[in-house]
Design a protein around this ligand. Sequence first.
Ligand code: 13P
Length: 278
Amino acid sequence: MIGRMRDVIVAANWKMHTTPADAGDLARTIGARTRVPGVVRVICPPFVCLAAVRDALAEDDPGVGVGAQNVHHELQGAYTGEVSAPMLAGLATWVIVGHSERRRDAGETDEIIARKLTRAFDAGLRPILCVGEQLAEREAGDQEDVVDRQLRGALAGHPSDVVRSTGLVIAYEPVWAIGTGRNASGRDAAAMTDAIRASLEGVGHSQADADATPVLYGGSVTSANIGEFLAEPSIDGALVGGASLKPDEMAGIVARAGVTAAARGMVERSAAERGAGE
Ligand code: 13P
């Protein structure tokens, strides 16, 4: 590949697990067990645990990013129980947008997700945009069309230079693989990552921008199967759910990501960037 190699990213989505009392300790343990050069690590705890995770990581592992699992599409107003992008300032630098569980349970549409991206971009939050098909859609062979439609909807109206400058990450998460123990094959996931980059070009991004966009796989990722995904050059890491609450699993997943990061030359690059910043 010409140009800058893509980051290797392991993002933990803790979903509705942990409490403010225990999240800091878990983050600290995971941080300590995943210090692998060249891998970008992110932990996305529930909103109420963001401060605890931020504080725990700031002491021991400032290199681990903290992310929210959602953000509201309005800036403020009468939206009981919701959290806006400006409220996340100082708490999170990443945000998951359009997770299938929110599409399913909170009725999030592509149009709403596009507005959430606006909030994330405006607030300087780095979004992880989730896309993925249902089982019936895969069985009908419609997976690429579904994901293309989701990307077109979510990225509608977002100029490619804005998307590029905020470092958009895309997570391909087939819905049938989430929490089921039934992961996609590495080959199928790689085919979808290629389709995702083609869709990015379809919505007006240059080939260079599409090539530079990290695409993660998510859905029943474990330390045992992460290698299958990272063996695919088009896949840049994982968005991990259940296994991300287990330090042993995270240690194994990030260790494997470190092998890919080293092969991509990310280790030398991050050392050089640290040196340049000193
Ligand atoms: P699991 O890893 O538990 O399947 O969840 C994946 C996911 O939804 C991450 O966002």
